[in-house]
Design a protein around this ligand. Structure first.
Ligand code: C2O
Length: 579
């Protein structure tokens, strides 16, 4: 990197800090305080507040952080200490999760409600404190209680340490591009109604890019996000899918995207026309403004691999607009794949390789096989027309190894740490109780037994154990790509394929697999991940489609303490919320 480029980088970081200071004035300041490894400590103040917004000619109250939508960006550097004081000024329960942050020895601050903490109740506050230990790249924070994430999210940008360049030519500018879904109705009410109905979730009213739906929807012509670009320059877009219930394609008209990072880990540069991100995934792409001067669409559209589900088909559009373009001209349309283009998804996955050879565990201590999918439970209501609107007059559920996860009444971490009984069990099975042709249905399919077992089950792992986990999609109700997210870890995605996992024929990449925190398990297929369980705590593993999470598509891994202070989870913080 040339001195002028590194200067520009320093300047752009400084600019960003100044910008944040101004826009968040009273609640942002830095301290010269040193944390181990030489990082700085960065303080943020998050006030969870409601705000009236008008979008798509509809005015409603949404829950936000600091009355910003999307919320404030957390800008830090690798190895920095982050301290965020979160005050809940809404009548609803709130928590914040720092998605992708591995929370080394800081499980108490991870954020998923009823897993590592009780929600922050109305009027209460909680201070999250953690260090970005050896992590950099694009992350995001989001609420982790009910469907609050619909509007409570924002980017986390972690720069390399001072003087450490990116492993690619330094971009002229960087932009955060957060994909979301927007509902005209109150999402918390919507969640309650959907769950009470036993039926499917209705589609979002619009997709959004940085909170803006773009011109394609009713009454949204001027609600468009725009990046002004200088001809010939290269831009780094930090893509984040914060959507609730949909996976999405993203493309820019006439421009190539070069993927250089996925889930906050560098990848070998991979050039493509479009990418797919499931909720919970982030991706950095380089885009060079090498086309004739004009106004180009950046489009976000649906990837729907499930069958018989209604979803939003209209794309959100933002503008990638060259300086000198006629402002009121129509934008050139971006070509998105068809909504069910599984091959386009596979092509992106095939292109994701860690930048350098990586240290994948070769010997495995714990082998887990976990089915992921939907269920239909028998109707138990006296008013089935109201409450049993799932398939075959049942109620929809979802499960891992056919166990539908039920949240406890206090957090599992607290129950585990303080040895409070009755909140969870340790019998999450390492394999399904029943093996069948998962990818092709029978026998666990209508009109056969599609019932899930309810439970708050955990799987206990010894500190340092080398874990392989195979996720297998099932076809009960429908096959579908599920974005499975693991808290507390990144994992190597060593293999994936369609159909049933077969150890005889599966081929694994143990050389340069991507290191991710959310894996889209292929529709009607499987994915294999590996990691070393070296971070003690209670870690949620779940589908990042919120409707599936609400239906129980999750389980909890408990990683025991190892030896000594550096392998032991510290005491809980004094202000840990009570239930
Ligand atoms: Cu992005 Cu459990 O969450």
């Amino acid at each position: 990197m040339s001195p002028s480029l590194s200067l520009r980088m320093a300047n752009s970081v400084a600019f960003v800090f100044v910008f944040v200071c101004l826009s968040m004035s009273s609640y942002f300041h830095t301290m010269a305080h040193e944390w181990p490894a030489g990082g700085s400590t960065r303080f943020y103040d998050f006030k969870v507040q409601t705000m009236r917004v008008t979008k798509l000619c509809n005015t409603k109250e949404i829950v936000t952080v600091n009355k910003m939508f999307p919320g404030p960006v957390v800008y830090v550097q690798e190895d920095d200490r982050i301290i965020v004081n979160v005050t809940n000024e809404t009548p609803y329960n709130a928590t914040i999760h720092w998605h992708g942050v591995r929370q080394k020895l800081s499980c108490w601050f991870d954020g998923p409600s009823y897993i590592t903490q009780c929600p922050i109740q109305a009027g209460q506050s909680f201070t999250y404190e953690f260090t970005m230990v050896k992590q950099k790249g694009t992350f995001f924070w989001h609420a982790h209680v009910s469907w609050l994430r619909a509007t409570v999210y924002g980017a986390i940008v972690v720069y390399p340490k001072t003087g450490v360049p990116y492993p690619f030519k330094h971009p002229y500018e960087e932009h955060n591009v957060i994909l979301g879904e927007y509902w005209l109705r109150d999402v918390l009410q919507l969640e309650r109604q959907v769950l009470a109905s036993g039926g499917p979730a209705p589609p979002a009213d619009a997709f959004t890019i940085n909170g803006h739906p773009g011109p394609n929807y009713n009454c949204s012509r001027n609600d468009v996000y725009r990046i002004d670009v200088v001809p010939g320059k290269t831009y780094l877009l930090r893509l984040i899918n914060a959507g609730l219930n949909m996976e999405n394609f993203f493309a820019i008209a006439n421009h190539k995207l070069t993927v250089v990072e996925a889930d906050a880990e560098y990848t070998k540069p991979f050039t493509t026309d479009r990418v797919m991100l499931g909720p919970g995934q982030t991706m950095n792409v380089l885009v060079t403004a090498d086309q004739p001067i004009g106004k180009y669409s950046m489009a976000m559209g649906p990837y729907m691999s499930a069958q018989n589900i209604s979803f939003q088909r209209i794309s959100a559009i933002a503008y990638f607009q060259y300086l000198g373009a006629v402002p009121n001209s129509v934008s050139l349309p971006a070509k998105l794949p068809n909504f069910n283009d599984n091959l386009a998804v596979k092509t992106v996955m095939d292109g994701l390789r860690s930048l350098n050879p990586v240290d994948v565990p070769k010997m495995i201590d714990t082998n887990l096989f976990v089915t992921v999918g939907l269920n239909v439970n028998k109707c138990r209501s006296k008013t089935p027309r109201k409450n049993c609107r799932g398939m075959n007059n049942g109620t929809f559920a979802a499960s891992m190894n056919n166990i539908s996860f039920v949240k406890p009444t206090i957090s599992i971490l607290e129950a585990y740490y303080k040895k409070i009984g009755g909140q969870f069990t340790v019998d999450f099975p390492g394999a399904p109780l029943q093996f069948y042709d998962f990818a092709n249905g029978a026998p666990n399919n209508a009109p056969n037994n599609t019932q899930a077992i309810n439970g708050t089950r955990t799987k206990v792992l010894k500190f340092g154990s080398r874990v392989q986990l195979i996720f297998q999609d099932t076809s009960t109700v429908t096959t579908e790509n599920h974005p499975i997210h693991l808290h507390g870890y990144s994992f190597y995605v060593v293999g994936y394929g369609t159909g049933n996992f077969n150890p005889q024929t599966a081929s694994f990449n143990l050389i340069d697999p991507p290191y991710m925190n959310t894996i889209g398990v292929p529709v009607g297929g499987w994915a294999a991940i590996r990691f070393v369980a070296d971070n003690p705590g209670v870690w949620f593993m779940h589908c990042h489609l919120d409707i599936h999470q609400s239906w129980g598509l999750g389980a909890v891994l408990i990683v025991e303490n190892g030896k000594g202070e550096l392998e032991t989870l510290p005491h809980p913080p004094a202000d840990l919320p009570r239930c």
